[in-house]
Ligand binder design. Structure first.
Ligand code: THU
Length: 127
């Protein structure tokens, strides 16, 4: 799988980030086992705890469309190289991992970096 297209969509999504408080823009794009892709950006709130991460926004859009099996996610921030998902988003990704160990795609100076969810969230809680 060429993850460059997935990363391009995450970069595009980051341009819609609503982050007036942190000024930290994030975009994400999930790839589902169906082949469909869903983008998300972070959107903040004056009540800071209500902020939604880009990853969870993208996952929510996938689930809303009936796509519950995620195979990969690309994450991008113009503010940080190799921007990884927060702990909460890792747990939410684990809920929708289907049959695959989700590939986590980030962007570094050297290009695309690929990790797996089991590397980033070993021994996670699942029912
Ligand atoms: N953020 C994300 O969108 N994804 C992450 O995995 C980490 C943090 C957002 C939340 C907040 O709007 C900003 O980045 C700074 O924490």
């Amino acid at each position: 799988m060429d993850y460059n297209q997935l990363m391009e969509k995450a970069i595009e999504a980051s341009k819609n980030s609503y982050s007036p408080y942190s000024h930290f823009a994030v975009g994400a794009c999930v790839l589902c086992e169906s082949g469909n892709m869903y983008e998300g950006c972070n959107f903040e709130n004056a009540s800071f705890g209500m902020t939604i991460c880009a990853e969870r926004n993208a996952i929510g859009t996938a689930v809303t469309s009936g796509d519950r099996n995620i195979s990969a996610i690309a994450i991008y921030s113009p503010n940080m190289e190799d921007c990884l998902p927060c702990g909460a988003c890792r747990q939410v990704l684990a809920e929708f991992d289907g049959d695959t160990d989700i590939s986590i795609i980030t962007k570094t100076q050297d290009g695309i970096k690929i990790r797996t969810l089991s590397e980033l969230l070993p021994g996670c809680f699942k029912l």
